[in-house]
Structure formats: C-alpha cells, structure tokens
Design a protein around this ligand. Structure first.
Ligand code: TZP
Ligand code: MG
Length: 211
C-alpha cells in the first residue's frame, strides 16, 4: 500500500501483549474509524506466531489501503509481503534493511539521540518515531516523557516525517501535531479501549481539528 507522510496521521501499533480484546477485530475497527497505518509489534511471540498474525493483518490492511510495517523484523516483513519494517537503534542497521528490502521498502526508525536523528536521512530512513511524547507504561524502557517543547526541538533536527509516540490519547494528539508531528502512533489508547472504533475516531477528530 502506498506510504507517504499523510499515511502516518493515525498510526496504530498493534501489540497483542497490550490489548484487551481480539487484536484483529480491534484493528479492523480502527481502520474503519480513521487509522491510516498499522505496525505489528509483538515482543513475546514466536516467529510462527508473528508470521501468523502478520499474514492476517496484511489481508486487512490491503483491503483498507493502509501500509503495514513489522517491528524489528525485516525478514518477517519481507516474508509476509509487508510494506516495511520499523527499526530501533539496536536492530538491523537501516542500510542493511534497505539492501534486503530495496527502494520501495518503507523503513521507520526510532532514534534516541540528536545525532541519530540527524543521520537518519542519509542512513535512508523514510520516517522517524520520536518519543515518549507523554508518560507511557506500554514500553518499560521508554524513558521519561519528552513533553511538547523537547519533542518539537528534536523534530526540528530532521526533515523526515515524524510520528509522536508514547502516551498519546485523544487529549494530547492535537498537542503533538501542533509540536510538529506529522502523525501520532498509538498503542493502549486504542488497544485497551472498550470501544476501539470510538477511541480511534476521537483521536482522528483531534488531529483533523488541529490541522
Ligand atoms: N515506543 C516508544 S513509547 C512506546 C513505544 C513502542 C509505547 C507506546 O504505547 P502507548 O500505550 O501508546 O503509550
Ligand atoms: Mg526494535
């Protein structure tokens, strides 16, 4: 599915370890209510389990025209025909993933320092995730919240499109967009909601109103 800065707008990170309901049904509802891109992030699963869920997410996202990327695993992304991979600073270097995936392969990157943000463009990343924007309990080692001013400062170090991640809800999504984010990446505000479609629509509306 085509990727561009606009498809980052409401980026759902599907983490089954952080979900209260059926993740496929929740993802379907999120896509129907404004989610624009999907990442599969499943730290505790076997390769077989990741592939099994990724294949089903591939069908859903293709039906809805949304890009699908796989966290950490370039091999699994290629194996299931995902659009790309999302890499952290300890994962496969961006250039290696680019060699494997080729030119159209989407590579997201989560830099942790100013210099990692600044070299991401020449490294070949397509977009960056910068966070945690606000306090999160979903990722144990996420660090302390950046807040809008520090997010904005980091965001201004790059020309790449950026998603704000970490503690994003309908209450602060507009603040993240105002601080320069092209989009917001969300886990628990959607996956732990009793009404994921409604939760997605609220965040989508907050983003739309801010633009
Ligand atoms: N990377 C930085 S914060 C985070 C990740 C994967 C977790 C975001 O989860 P939530 O529930 O939206 O705060
Ligand atoms: Mg990683």
């Amino acid at each position: 599915m085509p990727f561009n800065a606009a498809t980052l707008a409401l980026y759902l990170v599907v983490d089954p370890d952080s979900a209260v309901g059926d993740v496929l049904e929740t993802t379907r509802e999120a896509l129907e209510h404004g989610a624009t891109m999907i990442q599969l992030r499943w730290k505790t699963a076997t390769d077989r389990e990741i592939v099994g869920l990724a294949e089903r997410l591939r069908v859903l996202t293709s039906d809805q025209g949304a890009p699908l990327v796989i966290n950490d695993r370039t091999d699994i992304a290629l194996a299931v025909g995902a659009d790309g991979v999302h890499l952290g600073v300890d994962d496969l270097p961006i250039a290696r993933a680019r060699s494997l995936g080729g030119l159209g392969f989407v590579i997201g990157y989560s830099p942790e320092t100013d210099s990692q943000i600044q070299t991401a463009t020449s490294d070949g990343a397509d977009y960056l995730g910068i966070g945690p924007f606000a306090t999160t309990t979903t990722k144990q080692d996420a660090g302390t919240a950046l807040g809008a001013p520090e997010f904005s400062r980091r965001r201004s170090l790059t020309e790449l499109p950026v998603v704000a991640i970490g503690g994003i809800t309908a209450s602060n999504a507009a603040e993240a967009i105002a601080a320069g984010a092209h989009g917001v990446a969300v886990v628990s505000a959607i996956l732990r909601s009793a009404e994921p479609g409604h939760a997605t629509a609220e965040i989508a509306e907050a983003i739309r109103a801010q633009r």
